[in-house]
Design a binder for this molecule. Sequence first.
Ligand code: ADP
Length: 213
Amino acid sequence: MSTSNKPLFISFEGIDGCGKSTQVKILLERLDQAGIDSTLVREPGGTHISEEIREVLLTNRDDTMADRTETLLMTASRAQLTHDIIIPSQEKGKFVIADRFADSTLAYQGGGRGLNLDWLIKLNEFATFGVRPDLTFFIDVTAVVGARRRSTVHPDRLENVGHDFQEKVRNQYLKLVKLFPDRFITLDGMESPDVIHTRIWSEINKRMNKNEK
Ligand code: ADP
């Protein structure tokens, strides 16, 4: 495979427990084997400032965080990550692999919390300096499967949300797939990790070949 292609920005999305981290790990190994230099980013976090914002976001406390505060903190963390890591990595010609990115705001704060989607899309554009993934893999599982798979020993503030919330988030992802068909690929999260990875690798190769032309 040629490594002279335009580097791709690839994001992974889906509810907690759908298998994002598992696929990101497999993909990073595959890219490494193919001699492709990549940077991994994980939201919320990834820079000192973003990690501090992550702490504020995930801490369980007595007072309730307003939905708009949550949204602005998420997007503030994303702005720092985009500025400090994503844009410089792209400038160096590296692939960027994101375990969650801007679509998580549309799904969680839009679908889950019920905030207006148009505002969130605009806010994301501002926070990401207009940088968008070339390819977004949505790994689809039901809320029941997601809950069964993820660890529930010490859930953080955002994992502490209920089943109905997770279903709303999932439904919003299904809407986003239709809204952004050029970059979204839906994967059946009930398939084995190997089968899911094979599909991911094939889609990435298609995009790389397209970029070569
Ligand atoms: P996420 O990053 O989306 O929260 P993880 O990748 O951490 O999800 O996976 C959550 C759990 O589900 C882990 O225990 C993982 O081993 C398991 N898992 C991941 N992918 C699959 C799959 N395709 N089928 C069955 N179990 C899976």
